[in-house]
Ligand binder design. Structure first.
Ligand code: NA7
Length: 293
């Protein structure tokens, strides 16, 4: 298929590369020049990348970035024609997604939100999991592209529901990790080391994929960004805003948001979100470590 891929960040670049590898004809664009993808044509603007494409796929930071790429100067909107598909893999607001979809549909194109779960490594190996919102027929057409970049996709409902599911997923990651970090802090303070506690956690019903993934990094005190704290913080804000719009209260997430706020004030926003542990350690006056750290 002819695909315009907009946004070549940590996730977008390997995703576009996998589309090329699968034999699709790809045009790429990134706000800052100097990023490209081997085998893809580099375009000077979203509009130029989208011209003549069947699918316009976006993967940029936030709601504002998606708005600008679609509707800003030289945005993709000017190149949209009947039958084209616009897909968004950024994590953004579900209600803004519905508004963007309306504007795109006014041009005769269709809109699918397809945020994903999986790290940079999953983007590179083409094993992402997509949460998709949109019409069945549109999603059917996207199957070869979803298969080139991911291992699974789940249709969550109509437009915006992919984003809604993504916020519900990241809410859980943030709260599960916070629980793990608080447990490590308390156990360390009471004299049980992380290396003694973690095997117990993983053998019991407390076990989780979040702990399985994060424990080795925590034991090495490697807080280099796998999923940057600033992006998790953005997703926490999105979840709290979405909750406010529908009058839902999320007291646990509200408290965790304050921790992310303080971690940001401490200059940790470009580290991994696992670095929120360092704040708990500071307050408790302990350091959680593995034997080798
Ligand atoms: P990165 O690596 O921070 O990349 C963000 C991308 O978004 C990058 O290509 C940016 O371009 C682009 N960007 C940011 N702001 C804008 C605006 N205003 N206009 C156009 N393009 C913009 O993030 P990831 O790849 O890890 O994640 C992308 C999304 O997936 C995000 O929503 C995550 O939560 C999930 P730049 O190179 O800075 O010019």
């Amino acid at each position: 298929m002819r695909v315009a891929f907009l946004g070549l960040g940590i996730m977008g670049r390997p995703m576009a590369a996998n589309l090329v590898k699968a034999g699709h004809e790809v045009a790429v664009w990134n706000r800052t020049s100097g990023k490209d993808v081997e085998g893809a044509r580099s375009a000077a603007s979203p509009a130029e990348a989208a011209a003549g494409a069947e699918v316009v796929w976006m993967c940029v930071s936030d709601t504002k970035a998606v708005e600008s790429v679609l509707f800003g100067p030289q945005g993709a909107e000017t190149s949209l024609t009947q039958g084209m598909l616009v897909v968004d893999s950024s994590t953004i607001s579900p209600s803004a997604t519905r508004k963007f979809a309306e504007r795109v549909r006014a041009k005769g194109a269709d809109y699918v939100d397809a945020p994903m779960t999986g790290s940079k490594a999953a983007a590179e190996s083409g094993t992402l999991i997509f949460m998709v919102g949109g019409e069945e027929a549109a999603i059917e057409k996207l199957k070869p592209l979803l298969a080139a970049m991911g291992k699974l996709f789940f249709r969550m409902g109509d437009t915006g529901k992919g984003q809604a599911a993504k916020l519900a997923m990241n809410l859980q990651i943030a709260l599960i990790y916070e629980g793990f970090a608080e447990a490590l802090t308390l156990a360390t303070k009471l004299g049980v080391s992380a290396e003694t506690l973690i095997p117990l956690v993983q053998a019991s019903m407390v076990r989780s994929g979040v702990v399985e993934y994060k424990a080795p990094f925590v034991l090495k005190r490697d807080f280099s960004p796998n999923f940057p704290l600033r992006l998790m913080h953005k997703d926490i804000h999105l979840a709290l805003e979405a909750a406010k719009e529908v009058r839902a209260k999320l007291p646990g997430l509200e408290t965790v948001e304050e921790i992310y706020e303080m971690a940001t004030e401490d200059g940790n926003e470009n580290l991994d979100y696992a670095a929120t542990l360092t704040l708990l350690e500071k307050w408790a006056g302990v350091e959680v470590k593995g034997a080798s750290a």
